[in-house]
Design a protein around this ligand. Structure first.
Ligand SMILES: Nc1ncnc2c1ncn2[C@@H]1O[C@H](COP(=O)(O)OP(=O)(O)OP(=O)(O)O)[C@@H](O)[C@H]1O
Length: 517
């Protein structure tokens, strides 16, 4: 018997096969989209701190990955025999197939999304939290878009699997490509000719969707985008960090007050009762040897690191806690904490810009999403902040298209966009090449000049000497010494303080006391 090529080719003009291809595409797309959404939900549940949620998600994944799709298909299609009320939905083989595919695929996609979520660095979540975004916003605008981009190749593979798995739905009489082919060859016995046409239909669909996935991947890959520069460069901001303002006295009402703050990690006490007061407009610089607890301390000020003991107040409000009924201290909810954090800006050592957003979007994200500003108002304000940090020509670039110093200046603008009452800096220049340090220090000095209240953890002794109103020296979890720069860096400083200062600095440090005000 010869192979009838003409018959095979004629099948590509068969409207039933094209209709069946339409059914396959519709079923695959719908299943993929719904399973994706369910998969993200399951992945978030599995990663959540709630044992109940993570157990439920874990059991779902275990169960539905164990069940063969064929069993699920037959089961879903036959449920109306036991529960007639479900006939309205499951009576249609398309709906039954959709439900079976979604149940099964959601389990696989949950694991793919979990991989994506785990590969988004914790720094990204912290940066979003520090901007005052509650959990749901952090996931929706920062974590999930990045996780989705990472998971996309694997998710694309799942789409191809779903597309082919739809052929199993022939067992529940869904008019998909294989069933239409089977009907044809049971009438004319041209099995190979028909199956060849069926195979070509699948290859064609997979090829088209592979190409679409490629395009989507390219579109989401910001690293391929060309740097977009607009307008004239701002005047260089880099320069000296010389004090150009009168010292803010370390007295009177406090804006930030940390009293007896303690913190341990796995039994290792890294803060042993830290007392620091910050007054409005004051620049407090925290210095000390590596491991002395500086970063941990500054992170307790916006509750990124919850303190174990002591109290922290910003603007008279307890941070992370509130007084509940009967006078007991209770922890704030995620939403309450987010609102509180909006008043405290934070700049991180490694900038932590959102890589999938442009410079301007990084700045406008929180004010717009939180409904604090309308989009055009936030854009205008964002542009003015970019001018302030000398970055306005880079508004439409992505973070990876900027130098470290430029990224840090954007990070400062992003924190300022929330109009915070106090700014925290955690070693803002430590991750920078030496030649980029001065441009960031100049921005910080300008903020000091404008009266911004700041707490800055740094190894930059020049910053402490020239910009600080008050210097806090920490060692081994304690504040060993605090005072104005001339006390800390003056000739009468304690020997161990002098030793530390000289070990991290190559500039002459002796400072004279400012003239009496
Ligand atoms: N999340 C954590 N889990 C466990 N230990 C931690 C954690 N964070 C900090 N530590 C430990 O706490 C101590 C103080 O760390 P911290 O980063 O606050 O010091 P630092 O003075 O800022 O140091 P550096 O100048 O090197 O950044 C260190 O011993 C560090 O290993």
């Amino acid at each position: 018997m010869t192979f009838d090529w003409a018959y095979t080719f004629s099948l590509f003009a068969d409207p039933n096969l094209w209709r069946a291809a339409g059914v396959v595409v519709a079923l695959s797309l719908l299943s993929w989209i719904v399973a994706n959404i369910a998969g993200i939900g399951l992945a978030l549940m599995k990663e959540s701190r709630s044992r109940i949620l993570s157990t439920v998600a874990g059991m779902y994944v275990w169960l539905f990955r164990s069940l063969p799709l064929l069993v699920l298909l037959v089961f879903a299609y036959n449920i109306p025999q036991v529960f007639p009320a479900t006939q309205v939905i499951l009576g249609s083989s398309f709906n039954a197939a959709l439900i079976a595919l979604v149940l099964s695929e959601a389990a696989y996609m949950a694991e793919i999304h979990r991989g994506g979520l785990l590969s988004v660095s914790a720094d990204q979540r912290e940066a979003a939290k520090a901007l005052g975004l509650p959990y749901g916003y952090v996931q929706r605008h920062v974590v999930i878009p990045q996780a989705f981009r990472i998971a996309l190749p694997a998710l694309g593979n799942e789409f191809v699997s779903i597309l082919k798995l739809t052929s199993l739905a022939s067992v529940i009489s869904l008019e998909e490509i294989l069933l239409v082919g089977q009907r044809l060859y049971t009438q004319n016995f041209m099995v190979l000719e028909t199956l060849l046409a069926v195979a070509v239909f699948y290859v064609l669909l997979v090829t088209v969707f592979d190409r679409l996935r490629d395009l989507l991947e390219r579109k989401l890959d910001v690293s391929r985008r060309r740097p977009a520069v607009q307008g004239d460069p701002d005047a260089a901001t880099a320069g000296s960090v010389a004090r150009g303002r009168e010292r803010v006295p370390h007295e009177g009402p406090t804006l930030v007050s940390a009293a007896g703050v303690t913190k341990s990690f796995h039994g290792n006490q890294v803060l042993k009762g830290v007392d620091v007061d910050v007054h409005a407009g004051e620049v407090v610089v925290v210095i000390g040897p590596s491991g002395s607890g500086k970063t941990t301390f500054v992170r307790t000020l916006n509750h990124l690191e919850p303190a174990d003991g002591g109290s922290i107040e910003v603007n008279g409000q307890l941070i992370g806690n509130k007084l509940g009924q009967n006078g007991r201290v209770v922890a704030l909810s995620d939403r309450e904490l987010s609102v509180q954090r909006r008043g405290v800006g934070m700049v991180f050592q490694r900038f932590n810009l959102f890589p999938h957003k442009t410079v301007l979007e990084n700045i406008t994200l929180a004010p717009v999403q939180l409904g604090l500003m309308k989009a055009d108002e936030a854009t205008e304000f964002g542009r003015s902040l970019l001018r302030k940090v000398g970055m306005s020509v880079h508004a439409n670039k992505y973070p990876h298209q900027l130098s470290g110093g430029q990224q840090q200046r954007v990070a400062i603008a992003r924190a300022l966009a929330m109009k915070p009452g106090v700014m925290l800096f955690d070693e803002p220049t430590s991750a920078l090449d030496p030649e980029l340090v001065s441009e960031v220090l100049a921005v910080i000095a300008e903020l000091a000049q404008e009266g911004m209240t700041m707490v800055i953890v740094t190894h930059e002794m020049k910053l402490a000497r020239d910009v600080a109103d008050w210097v806090v020296f920490m060692e081994d979890g304690n504040v060993v010494k605090q005072g104005p720069p001339e006390t800390i860096f003056g000739p009468d400083a304690e020997p161990r303080l002098r030793r530390f200062v000289q070990s991290v600095s190559d500039v002459p440090l002796a400072v004279e006391a400012p003239a009496a005000q």
